[in-house]
Design a protein around this ligand. Structure first.
Ligand SMILES: [Zn+2]
Length: 276
């Protein structure tokens, strides 16, 4: 991701907020969703995307900030629901009775499994870990390992696919033939899934996160063709449960600790809390 993505995310949020507040409140949307058709519902679910937790680099926040965010969710009475539940609710247009977010953690950082997961467990929050197979070790002493991932699954967390090499493959490389490109997509999208399912005792891989958020409509179709139920981007828009499910969710990257991360996070809380 490039630096401009943050300002685009924030700008997108502001634009979306302006559009949203300009719309009339639509009570009929709730009809048929509950017995009376009267009860309020929450339709927008921000999906948060975290990376490492050592506080080094643009995409890493400190474990203290991460813990603070989890506490904020609890204090604000925001539910944390599994990504799979967001999919199910979106497919059935089933709104929420209380504000909610979903948590995802990307890449093969030790901090994801050994710092984020214990903090999440402490708060009782579910999360989906998107990992790329090329960076997972067999020896836990070397970094994130399959032992770590199997433990996550046993603890009730979800693990899903983030490709094999974590390189860009949204378009062919310069000079790459169609056959070569397709072979690369097979490795990134299909072989990686086989590797994960084999090493995770048949755990079903259903979701795919684009490396660095790069995607095109053609790549999306290719991922669906491989049998995935959901692709996730880093385009920052919350999931809107009133809209038809189209197999693609955007996520909000929590980045730039020390000010911006807090801003992005607090925006997500406000979005979740807006009832229709
Ligand atoms: Zn990534």
């Amino acid at each position: 991701m490039k630096l401009r993505r943050v300002s685009l995310s924030v700008l997108g949020f502001l634009l979306a907020s302006a559009v949203f507040s300009a719309l009339p409140r639509v009570a009929p949307l709730m009809e048929g969703l509950s017995g009376s058709g009267q009860s309020p519902g929450y339709s927008r679910v921000p999906i948060l995307c975290f990376h490492d937790l050592n506080g080094r680099g643009r995409y890493s926040i400190t474990s203290a900030t991460f813990r603070h965010f989890m506490k904020r969710l609890r204090d604000e009475n925001i539910a944390v629901i599994p990504l799979a539940e967001v999919v199910e609710r979106s497919q059935n247009k089933r709104l929420l009775e209380k504000p909610a977010v979903a948590i995802t953690v990307d890449d093969d950082y030790e901090g994801a499994v050994r710092i984020a997961a214990p903090i999440l467990r402490e708060f009782g929050y579910p999360a989906t870990f998107f990992v790329y197979t090329g960076g997972i070790h067999t020896d836990p002493a070397e970094g994130m390992s399959y032992d770590d991932l199997r433990r996550l699954l046993k603890e009730g967390f979800d693990v899903q696919n983030h490709s094999h090499t974590h390189t860009a493959f949204h378009v062919p490389r310069k000079g790459e033939s169609a056959a070569e490109y397709e072979q690369r997509l097979v490795v990134e999208i299909e072989d990686s899934r086989k590797i994960l399912e084999k090493n995770l005792m048949g755990h079903k891989i259903r979701f795919f996160a684009y490396p660095m958020g790069y995607h095109t409509p053609a790549l999306r179709e290719r991922v669906f063709k491989a049998g995935y139920e959901l692709v996730v981007t880093t385009d920052a828009r919350p999931v809107d449960l009133t809209r038809p499910f189209n197999g693609s969710f955007d996520r909000r990257t929590i980045e730039l600790d020390g000010g911006v991360a807090e801003l992005i996070f607090e925006q997500a809380i406000q979005i979740a809390k807006k009832a229709i």
